[in-house]
Design a protein around this ligand. Structure first.
Ligand code: NAD
Length: 362
């Protein structure tokens, strides 16, 4: 397995590997860039098939955090960590405490938070052995959980997309399809419903669908039908790579704005959306509400009004992206990458700052 020549390496500053025989911990921390501040990104626990898969994931995710934080105007760099193992079977307090010791070895260059396979409660355990942990501040409105802030940021960014696409600020009667009504998707649905939108939802769990139908008055559709609906806007809030050759050819919407990470299957799909006249809100710009919340938790003087005001800046950043894309004829994804790179001072070996959209993750 190559490291420096790895396709996802992209000038990472540091990649650290750690093994603790006593607890069984096997983990990787990737620090992509610290130009703007210490790197912050979640700790994912996943039963990776092999070390190569874990390395690929942590490198992609860590790089994505640099772009996300830069676009969110945070004094943070990009980093991420992965624990190799099944969170339902192998997660123990000893293992999490060992993870805290690993994080300490980076001396504050990496700060962790919850991610897939880890929870707010797990962050408290990690916090027993390291101070470099966030997302567990009980004084924040939602006890450390960043999902409500992510949903609010998506709502703000979605409104910017509606204004740019249709020139209106009133969402009454806007038809929105939501793929995945989980932590973020359901809350986004609630905000949209309160603003007068009509909702169409799908999920792979029936109880999540039932909750959206009962509490939000949403119309339920199958997981496949969601792409064929005659609606105004599609909000992917489930999984990545959902904007691909198949789905883009079926979409009848005028805009895509949702929480999911890595929505574009490939870079070229941003251009495919543009060609169809579909306005795309770049994922890592619109879904930054959670990292903004976590940043203030980490900073230590959490003020809900200040956090909300910062999240609302997602709207103006999104407008900047849309306007610049119109002016230059580039895709919104490309423009977002370039603005982020201007902010964190990214220069590749060749001096080329070409688009890497579709590979940005967070
Ligand atoms: P979640 O697991 O709570 O919700 C995802 C929902 O999608 C679940 O209800 C799941 O059943 C559903 N789903 C999965 N596959 C599906 C499919 N094929 N069709 C329909 N529904 C499907 O996760 P979440 O925290 O709400 O995050 C949603 C997305 O937003 C993820 O891509 C996540 O990476 C991204 N994101 C989340 C946050 C956050 O703060 N939680 C921050 C940034 C980005």
């Amino acid at each position: 397995m190559s490291i420096f020549s790895h396709s996802a390496y992209d000038k990472h500053e540091q990649v650290a590997f750690y093994q603790d025989a006593k607890s069984g911990l096997k983990a990787i921390i990737a620090v992509h860039n610290t130009n703007l501040g210490p790197s912050l990104g979640g700790c994912r626990m996943w039963p990776y098939a092999d070390d190569g898969e874990a390395l690929n994931d942590v490198l992609r995710l860590s790089r994505g955090m640099t772009y996300k934080s830069a676009m969110a105007g945070l004094k943070l760099g990009g980093g991420k960590s992965v624990i190799i193992g099944d969170p339902r079977k192998e997660k123990t307090p000893e293992l999490l405490r060992a993870m805290g010791e690993f994080i300490n070895t980076l001396g504050g260059r990496y700060i962790t938070a919850e991610d897939s396979g880890t929870s707010v409660a797990d962050m408290s355990v990690i916090g027993e052995t390291t101070e470099y942990v966030s997302g567990l501040f009980a004084g924040s409105e939602f006890g450390g959980d960043p999902s409500p802030s992510t949903a609010y940021g998506v709502f703000v960014g979605l409104k910017a997309a509606v204004e740019h696409r249709w020139g209106k600020t009133d969402l009454t009667g806007l038809k929105v399809s939501i793929q995945g009504v989980g932590n973020v998707g359901f809350r986004l649905g609630k905000l949209l419903k309160d603003a007068g939108a009509e909702l169409f939802v799908t999920d792979i769990f029936q109880d999540n669908i039932d909750r959206a139908v009962t509490e939000l008055g949403a119309i339920a559709v199958t997981a496949d039908e969601i792409f064929d609906l005659d609606v105004d806007l599609f909000a992917p809030c489930a999984m990545g790579a959902i904007l691909n050759d198949d789905t883009i050819s079926r979409l009848k919407v005028g805009a895509v704005a949702g929480a999911a990470n890595n929505q574009l299957a490939e870079e070229r799909h941003a251009a495919a959306l543009r060609e169809k006249g579909i306005l795309y809100a770049p994922d890592y710009v619109i879904n930054a509400g959670g990292i903004i919340d976590v940043y203030y938790q980490q900073k230590g003087d959490y003020d809900a009004a200040e956090v909300k005001a910062h999240i609302e800046e997602i709207g103006s950043t999104m407008k900047e992206v849309f306007v610049r894309a119109d002016e230059t004829g580039e895709t919104t994804a490309h423009v977002a990458d370039r603005i982020a790179e201007e902010r964190f001072g990214h220069h590749s070996v060749t001096g080329d700052t070409e688009n890497k959209s579709g590979t940005v993750a967070a």
